[in-house]
Design a protein around this ligand. Structure first.
Ligand code: ADP
Ligand code: MG
Length: 178
């Protein structure tokens, strides 16, 4: 627990020091690699996330791909979250933690989801993931059977991430070289 918090602190400090153009540059490379990934190319229904400033920027990517694929986004509801369909930027509203979330009904057809692209504070090469500390993605991903790809800046890759029994592991982690 202590170790997890130390890594979160370290990552927060590192990302604070990154320039905006650096984040954009890495983000573009990472999302290009996602577009080249057969898991993405074959997926029709994809769980993504509408990024916050300290995450890989997914806004343009979602706006573009939502014309071809069904893009789902998480919505925080208390200690849990549900999934809703992205129906355009104008149909997002600020929710908990200042995250823009889709308005509308919950999407509960979990088995139709082909791929989840997941943000994180840190990942290791074995797919272990560290979140912000509330376990939202652990709970959400426990409903899904599809492959999960973690995406992060290079400075968020650690040799090993402590993990507990409830932690959901990624099938792949996509970053880019420094
Ligand atoms: P994060 O994944 O955000 O880094 P943790 O893995 O430390 O955070 O989990 C935070 C809390 O969420 C833990 O105290 C854990 O009990 C709770 N949690 C995680 N997954 C589940 C789950 N599937 N069901 C219920 N509680 C969960
Ligand atoms: Mg966790």
């Amino acid at each position: 627990m202590e170790e997890k918090n130390n890594i979160r602190k370290e990552v927060r400090a590192k990302i604070k020091q990154m320039y905006g153009w650096e984040k954009d540059y890495y983000g573009k490379q990472i999302l290009q690699a996602i577009e080249a990934n057969p898991l993405f190319q074959q997926a029709q229904t994809i769980l993504l996330y509408w990024s916050l400033p300290d995450e890989i920027n997914t806004h343009l990517f979602i706006n573009q791909w939502s014309n071809e694929k069904t893009i789902l986004l998480p919505v925080v509801i208390g200690d849990d979250s549900e999934i809703r369909i992205f129906q355009g930027e104008e149909k997002l509203a600020k929710g908990a933690f200042n995250i823009d979330e889709p308005i509308g009904e919950a999407y509960t057809n979990y088995h139709s989801i082909d791929l989840a692209i997941v943000p994180g504070m840190a990942f290791d090469k074995n797919g272990n993931r560290l979140g912000r500390g509330k376990g939202y993605y652990d709970k959400l991903l426990s409903h899904l059977t599809c492959p999960k790809i973690g995406i992060c800046f290079p400075c968020q890759i650690f040799p090993s991430i402590p993990h507990e029994e409830w932690d959901e592991r990624m099938n792949q982690v996509q970053t880019t070289s420094l």
